[in-house]
Design a protein around this ligand. Structure first.
Ligand code: ZN
Length: 130
């Protein structure tokens, strides 16, 4: 078997200030944090690593908050790329959920659960909250 090296894509979203998610007043960055998720790359396993900032609030809403990259909001285990591949597989290519999971597994070496795909479809179908 051929040894396939993990592909790492690095992104950064950590400007000096970032708006409070509640009131919008900007806080100042005091630290960095790295988040990572499974990414989609043809034929090889991949991760995306995002450097985000931690911000000290200058308002009363909460003490600290974190910036986020649109490709990888906090809490996501899979990158936006993986999500879009799954959603477009069903919506555009008319694959079944099982068919999409098979494509991700065989072409992108990504394992996603059926529940994940259903959740992403639901989120893509409704209005995006963020
Ligand atoms: Zn605030």
């Amino acid at each position: 078997m051929v040894q396939v090296r993990l592909k790492t894509r690095r992104l950064s979203k950590a400007p000096k200030t970032w708006p409070c998610p509640v009131c919008g007043k900007r806080g100042r960055r005091y630290a960095f944090r790295e988040r990572q998720a499974v990414d989609a790359e043809l034929g090889r396993p991949a991760v995306v690593k995002v450097r985000v900032g931690l911000y000290a609030a200058r308002c009363e809403c909460q003490k600290v908050f974190e910036s986020f990259h649109p490709e990888l909001p906090k809490g996501w285990k899979f990158s936006l790329r993986v999500r879009e591949l799954a959603v477009s597989g069903v919506v555009r290519d008319k694959l079944s959920v099982e068919g999409v999971r098979e494509r991700l597994r065989e072409e992108f070496v990504v394992q996603v659960s059926e529940g994940c795909v259903h959740k992403w479809l639901a989120e893509a179908g409704g209005k995006n909250q963020s």
